[in-house]
Design a protein around this ligand. Structure first.
Ligand code: PLP
Length: 265
């Protein structure tokens, strides 16, 4: 007889640690918990950072990354996986090896460059990300600079065309985030139904946006884990980010973007 007493949805975050607590694994745990889900983690690398920049990145050995993922999946019934900072091609290979046959929904934030302009993925890993990792996704959530890197010379002026092209390239749903523009209108392309939906928001005057992408992808994974259809998961999650940004406050004398505020419930 099973001795499981109660099961909240479980979300596994596979991501980097952000010592400043605004992004990465730390943002994911806060977001998943706020959504009423249970957060399990696999740490891919440990960063030392604050609002002045990223000062050190230590990748975790791939044998340990594989073991972190496997031990969680062997014991818990995980409802959704979120993948964030993967840093190098060895780490990508290890994650792909463990997850290649899973049917658990996977949300991938193709993290490449931090808002401080520092690199979170080695240049030579971008090819493995495109060829091996992104095709495993249920949905990818690139921002405009990341989408430009993913499409390369095929990037065009029309954002909707770019979103469709990403969906075709990687065979997955796409949320193209437009927070870098003066008018926010995120684009969701769903491949199975061949539908496009838009999520528009007024741009907020805040520089406390560090961790926005991590938080959004963790929120989408949580909403999927709770059983929401994809469009509703994206709808609820984009609204959640907007509310967090409204509540954001300066936490210190930051140089680049300060952390978004995770603590409203
Ligand atoms: N640090 C880690 C570990 C991250 O995963 C990310 C983004 O995914 C960042 C830093 C950068 O966050 P932002 O670009 O929001 O400043």
């Amino acid at each position: 007889m099973s001795n499981i007493e109660k099961k909240n949805p479980i979300v596994l975050s596979i991501a980097g640690s952000d010592s400043s607590g605004g992004a990465g694994i730390q943002a994911d745990i806060k977001t998943i918990t706020t959504h009423g889900c249970y957060a399990a983690t696999t740490i891919t690398c440990v960063t030392s950072q604050n609002s002045h920049g990223i000062f050190d990145i230590v990748p975790i050995p791939t044998s340990n990354i594989i073991s972190q993922i496997e031990t969680t999946l062997q014991d818990y019934e995980v409802d959704a996986i979120k993948i964030g900072m993967v840093y190098d091609s060895d780490i990508i290979g290890a994650i792909v090896e463990v997850l290649k046959d899973t049917d658990i929904p996977i949300v991938i934030d193709p993290v490449m460059v931090a808002s401080s302009s520092q690199s979170l993925t080695q240049q030579k890993a971008i090819d493995s990300m495109k060829k091996k990792l992104l095709p495993l996704a249920t949905i990818i959530t690139p921002n405009i600079p990341e989408a430009k890197i993913l499409l390369g010379s095929r990037w065009v002026e029309n954002l909707k065309v770019n979103a469709w092209n990403l969906a075709r390239d990687f065979g997955c749903n796409v949320l193209l985030k437009t927070g870098h523009l003066s008018r926010i209108e995120d684009i969701l392309v769903e491949v199975q139904t061949e539908t496009l939906s838009l999520f528009a928001f007024n741009k907020l005057e805040t520089t406390n946006t560090h961790g926005t992408g991590c938080t959004l992808s963790a929120a989408i994974a949580s909403e999927i884990a709770k059983g929401n259809p994809l469009k509703e998961a994206v709808n609820l999650s984009t609204k959640y980010i907007h509310e967090l940004l409204k509540a954001s406050m300066n936490m210190g004398d930051h140089i680049f973007n300060g952390p978004m505020y995770h603590c409203i419930v």
